[in-house]
Design a protein around this ligand. Structure first.
Ligand SMILES: Nc1ncnc2c1ncn2[C@@H]1O[C@H](COP(=O)(O)OP(=O)(O)O)[C@@H](O)[C@H]1O
Ligand SMILES: [Mg+2]
Length: 208
């Protein structure tokens, strides 16, 4: 049986890495057969594309190039890692996926959701998440937790106005795409982790 595919989404500093670490501990305790991976990246070639996308020196990169590089990294990652794991019945957990492209490049950059869906129809094909957990916290609070943006990261350097557009983009996507489940993550990391586990049990993705 094909494994479940679960993706995590949210603004910079919303707690994705923190939650993935806590989830890994719970999955280990439960003896689950899973892999954890991230976008952009997750395979050696895709990680090299990630370096180009995030490099703070690449200020001349146009929005279309950025969107296509994300899609290129994604298809490599799918073929090398995600698809084989799902086919062998493993649960795949991914830090960011197509909804990041829709929120960042489609909505916040203004390329449009249709443009992003169109280029990703080649990259993603039918490799769609069964569940997307959106860590819901406004960007100003998320940046506070991180103590500001990373100076070397081109995406983090875009400022609060851009990241507010991303956040509103995620809310708009969540309102129309039932695969997205928003999780209020204004509480402690352990409270959020408990909510995520409950959701995974409810969806039949893990055993409680
Ligand atoms: N619930 C929480 N309350 C307070 N701080 C948190 C919480 N969750 C995460 N953090 C902190 O916020 C910062 C950003 O979290 P991180 O997991 O790196 O976010 P992301 O991977 O989404 O960018 C880290 O310093 C982390 O320790
Ligand atoms: Mg992270």
């Amino acid at each position: 049986m094909r494994g479940y595919f679960v993706t995590f989404e949210g603004c910079e500093g919303s707690g994705k890495s923190t939650q993935l670490k806590l989830l890994a501990q719970k999955l280990d305790e439960a003896g689950a057969d899973y892999i954890m991976t991230r976008e952009p990246g997750g395979s050696p070639i895709a990680e090299r594309i990630r370096e180009i996308i995030l490099d703070g020196k690449n200020t001349a990169m146009c929005d279309e190039c950025e969107a296509l590089l994300y899609a290129a990294a994604r298809v490599q990652h799918i073929k090398e890692k995600i698809q084989p794991a799902l086919e062998s019945g493993k649960l795949v957990i991914c830090d960011r996926y197509i909804h990041s492209s829709l929120a960042y490049q489609g909505i916040a950059r203004g390329l449009g959701e249709e443009y992003i869906q169109s280029i990703n129809s080649y990259a993603v094909k039918n490799c769609r998440p069964d569940l997307t957990i959106f860590l819901d916290i406004p960007p100003e609070r998320a940046f506070d937790r991180k103590h500001g943006a990373d100076e070397d990261d081109r995406m983090e350097q875009l400022g609060l106005a851009f990241h507010t557009k991303v956040y509103n983009g995620y809310l708009a996507l969540a309102a129309k795409d039932p695969v997205i489940c928003p999780v209020d993550c204004s509480g402690t990391k352990f409270e959020t982790s408990g909510k995520i586990w409950k959701l995974l049990v409810e969806k039949g993705i893990v055993r409680g």
